[in-house]
Design a protein around this ligand. Structure first.
Ligand code: HEC
Length: 147
């Protein structure tokens, strides 16, 4: 089952009244709309990659943004949208000037900032793979874990 990994989340989502939203998302996915990307399990980011992304963020993004992009990232339904924007429009003083993998490293860093556990695989600069990563869901799952 493609969406088995959602099951641990469902109880708490139901309690918060978001169950209906999840159900609609699953129905959409079932008919081929992948816009509602599912939350990812641990292991899609390594600590090394997140550290690289942290350093890149400090050098290339923080001068203009401070830490505000963390919250912005968390509002994206999937990481491919974020990647598509930042890899063509950012840094604003040199748009698209960084190698694709460096934007993926920054995404890896931002994922850990909102609660993604580290593991053994790296985030790839690949639209299809990034579309499966939901920052909003990572953030939501992490917020529940904190309660
Ligand atoms: C020279 C200053 C500057 C740098 C460096 C810069 N940005 Fe931006 N960024 C901006 C400005 C200005 C905007 C607003 C652009 C607009 O509205 O058209 C923006 C907008 C954004 C947005 C969309 C708005 C939001 O808050 O979600 C994202 C995401 C973003 N930047 C990410 C990055 C990332 C990631 C980096 C580093 C790779 C970066 N930026 C580097 C100036 C900068």
């Amino acid at each position: 089952m493609k969406h088995d990994f959602l099951l641990p989340l469902q109880g708490s989502l139901m309690r918060t009244g978001l169950g209906a939203v999840v159900a609609i998302g699953l129905a959409g996915a079932a008919i081929g709309q992948e816009a509602d990307a599912a939350p990812v399990e641990g292991g899609l980011v390594t600590a090394e990659q997140a550290a690289r992304g942290d350093a890149l963020y400090e050098q290339r993004c923080a001068t203009c943004h401070g830490a505000d992009i963390v919250d912005s990232f968390a509002s994206y339904p999937n990481a491919a949208l974020f990647f598509g924007y930042v890899s063509t429009a950012m840094p604003a003083d040199a748009p698209g000037s960084m190698p694709p993998q460096q934007y993926a490293d920054i995404i890896a860093y931002l994922m850990t900032e909102i609660g993604q556990p580290v593991g053994t695989e790296e985030v790839a600069a690949d639209q299809a793979a990034l579309a499966e990563i939901s920052p909003a869901a990572i953030k939501a799952a992490n917020a529940e874990g904190d309660q």
